[in-house]
Design a protein around this ligand. Structure first.
Ligand SMILES: Nc1ncnc2c1ncn2[C@@H]1O[C@H](COP(=O)(O)OP(=O)(O)OP(=O)(O)O)[C@@H](O)[C@H]1O
Length: 234
């Protein structure tokens, strides 16, 4: 479970998260919605300790993230908005292997995880491809594979559809649906709910660094009015 308990955070004294409390169960698919600058990325970066709260606590599986960063990062896989920001190697296989290698796993286990992760994103057998030579959609899928290779309990994705064309969006959506079916929780930030809301159990919407809405889509659709969130039919 990921839990935010009264979390506040400021960049240079400008409040960006204010008194955020929420919890996300294992296996839940939660959309994090909100307009530009509402605090979505900042919130996500607290889930695995890339940022630490000024006040309040973020807990993963009951332990404050700052107390056990390795456990938090094993449990919460992060996919950034621009996949290029997270690649650390030149080839697909080396990049996806990086996380498991840092866990100190044996080579055979690393290879098993890389194969399974690439398979899960429809990139099986592409280990030797140069990342720079891949399309944007393929790079997004490799970034997801990199997170999956850590076998996380939760996958956190920041606007994973940015810059993707329709087939690539579809492909990523299909992958997310099958991950969810396998029991991986997903927390996905977006300001466009139209394609993804059918997958989600719940929507949390942010406004000015605060949680403005939290509930199942059908129950909160009207409350999303005025939050710069694109919803089905609008
Ligand atoms: N490194 C930073 N330094 C200073 N201010 C920042 C920094 N990162 C974000 N901010 C500010 O924090 C606020 C929230 O930004 P954040 O990226 O969390 O919003 P967001 O909801 O993810 O927006 P978007 O949909 O545009 O990605 C914005 O006002 C932004 O300018």
């Amino acid at each position: 479970m990921i839990e935010f308990q009264s979390v506040s955070y400021a960049f240079d004294d400008v409040p960006v998260l204010e008194d955020v409390s929420l919890s996300i169960d294992d296996g839940e698919f939660v959309l994090l919605a909100g307009g530009n600058g509402s605090g979505k990325t900042t919130l996500l970066r607290h889930c695995n300790g890339l940022l630490e709260p000024d006040s309040g606590d973020v807990l993963v599986d009951g332990t404050p993230v700052a107390e056990d960063l390795i456990a938090a990062r094993s449990s919460v896989g992060m996919v950034f908005q621009h996949p290029r920001d997270q690649f650390v190697a030149a080839t697909v296989g080396a990049d996806v292997a990086f996380g498991p290698e840092n866990l100190g796993l044996e080579r055979r286990e690393i290879d098993r995880r890389v194969t399974a992760a690439l398979d899960a994103v429809n990139m099986a057998g592409r280990e030797d491809d140069q990342i720079d030579a891949l399309s944007g959609g393929e790079q997004s899928r490799v970034a997801i594979a990199g997170a999956l290779a850590m076998e996380p309990t939760h996958l956190v994705l920041d606007e994973p559809f940015t810059g993707l064309d329709e087939p690539a969006r579809r492909s990523v959506l299909d992958r997310l649906a099958s991950l969810m079916a396998d029991g991986t929780g997903v927390l996905l930030a977006t300001h466009d709910l139209r394609d993804v809301c059918g997958l989600a159990d719940r929507i949390i919407a942010m406004r000015n660094g605060r949680v403005a809405v939290d509930g199942p889509l059908a129950a909160v659709l009207d409350d999303l009015e005025g939050l710069e969130v694109r919803v089905p039919g609008r």
